[in-house]
Design a protein around this ligand. Structure first.
Ligand code: HEC
Length: 257
């Protein structure tokens, strides 16, 4: 039964060829060289510094810490625990959403989640926690427990024309197999460490991408309707995926294929 369902999933994956046509196959030697080069000289570093300036002009770390109700010196550790329940929002939110909250609290224009400015600012804020270990706590309170449960449901739900779920490509049964020569990453593996490595510079897109955007790109590739940024479901997915590599060190921005 088990091997049957794996076979069925692989057949589905084979059918996805066209959807992945625009994705490059696994890394060529030239791509590997480029990857090494980018690690040394990551173009996203520049965007993170721009994010620092934008964030400084809009809010600043002192105002941000105050809005969150934490001491400024405790920010790195606190930031390493997102998505988390925050009292002023009365719900579980992402870092990007806290930037929106802080902007609103100081009566500044609220940046859109999709905007380039937000990608830069959220990368900067996350980088404040560089070197910290991801310390998300899905048992901290009932809100987190609920979001963890919802995240798992969304991860396992089969959707779209092909009836695929995230789990079909990212379950332990199947990881390490290849889709059009592209290895399917185990989202819980240390090397992948999805939690601590986004926002990242994506080589295939020549730009910095956030974790929620990255998950939307998977949805698009697998022909699943995209779950909107800021929705409860995408925050829940981020909780679930982040929890998989809890404890890994944060290093932002990283470089991804
Ligand atoms: C059809 C197969 C497929 C489906 C379905 C799929 N993914 Fe992926 N996913 C991939 C592949 C292949 C990669 C790696 C691609 C690469 O290296 O560029 C990936 C990469 C990722 C990454 C980045 C991992 C890293 O390097 O940090 C995340 C996060 C992710 N997927 C989440 C999801 C989520 C959430 C869903 C469900 C909404 C999903 N994926 C559905 C195939 C899939």
């Amino acid at each position: 039964m088990r091997s049957l369902s794996i076979t069925a999933a692989l057949v589905c994956l084979a059918l996805l060829n066209s959807a992945f046509a625009e994705e490059k196959l696994s890394m060529s030697d030239a791509d590997k060289a480029m990857y090494a080069e980018l690690l040394d000289n990551n173009p996203a570093e520049m965007e993170v510094s721009e994010g620092e300036q934008l964030f400084g002009a809009l809010i600043g770390t002192a105002g941000y810490a105050k809005m969150l109700g934490v001491k400024e010196k405790d920010l790195p550790k606190y930031i390493a625990g997102f998505p988390r329940y925050v009292e002023p929002a009365k719900k579980v939110v992402t870092l990007a959403q806290t930037i929106q909250m802080a902007a609103a609290a100081s009566e500044k224009p609220v940046p859109k989640l999709e905007s380039k400015e937000m990608v830069k600012m959220s990368a900067y804020v996350k980088s404040i926690a560089n070197g910290q270990k991801t310390n998300i706590d899905v048992k901290a309170n009932k809100h987190m427990a609920e979001m963890m449960k919802l995240g798992q449901e969304v991860f396992e739900e089969r959707r779209g024309g092909r009836g695929l779920s995230c789990n079909n490509c990212h379950s332990m049964d199947i990881v390490g197999q290849r889709l059009r020569m592209q290895p399917l990453p185990d989202l819980g593996a240390k090397e992948t460490a999805a939690a601590g490595t986004w926002p990242a510079y994506r080589m295939t897109q020549s730009q910095m991408v956030t974790l929620d955007k990255r998950m939307q790109q998977c949805m698009k590739n697998a022909l699943l309707a995209e779950i909107p940024l800021g929705s409860k479901e995408i925050v829940a997915l981020e909780v679930y995926v982040t929890n998989k590599t809890k404890g890994n060190a944060i290093s932002v921005p990283s470089v991804k294929r």
